[in-house]
Design a protein around this ligand. Structure first.
Ligand SMILES: O=C(CO)COP(=O)(O)O
Length: 130
């Protein structure tokens, strides 16, 4: 199992409130890692209490920037709360990011329940003796 040092957090507009609630629920685990986020998601998360590295907004290339970090081996897990009912001009970037998670075997949670499970797995790893 890999160690979790840096994670990405992304939420479509219809899922941002959920992401902020998730962030607050798990802040004790999340504060042990570096967090990178797409622009608007990141600004919401910073207001909720932790330092977050903010990339461009999703429609302006933020997903693509995080995808490039995945290729470079910089991201250990991705929380991407997607809105399946929304239409997104940058859908190709979203697909690319998810494809690269699969290609590089980076764990990806695309909804709240998956997010809770992934956090539980990360917490377990962080607490395991080295
Ligand atoms: O569009 C997004 C993900 O595809 C999210 O981008 P923002 O966090 O900038 O809203």
């Amino acid at each position: 199992m890999k160690k979790f040092r840096k994670i990405a957090m992304i939420a479509h507009d219809g899922r941002k409130a959920e992401m902020v609630g998730f962030f607050k629920d798990h802040i004790d685990v999340l504060k042990q890692m570096e967090i990178v986020a797409t622009g608007t998601t990141g600004s919401h998360l910073m207001k909720a209490g932790l330092d977050v590295e903010c990339k461009a907004s999703g429609p302006k290339g933020g997903d693509a920037q995080i995808a490039a970090m995945i290729v470079d081996g910089e991201i250990d897990a991705v929380f991407f709360f997607r809105d399946p009912m929304g239409k997104h001009p940058h859908e190709p970037d979203v697909q690319m990011l998810m494809r690269l998670c699969d290609l590089y075997d980076v764990p990806l949670a695309t909804n709240l329940s998956g997010g809770h499970l992934l956090i539980a797995g990360i917490q377990h790893e962080l607490e395991r003796p080295a």
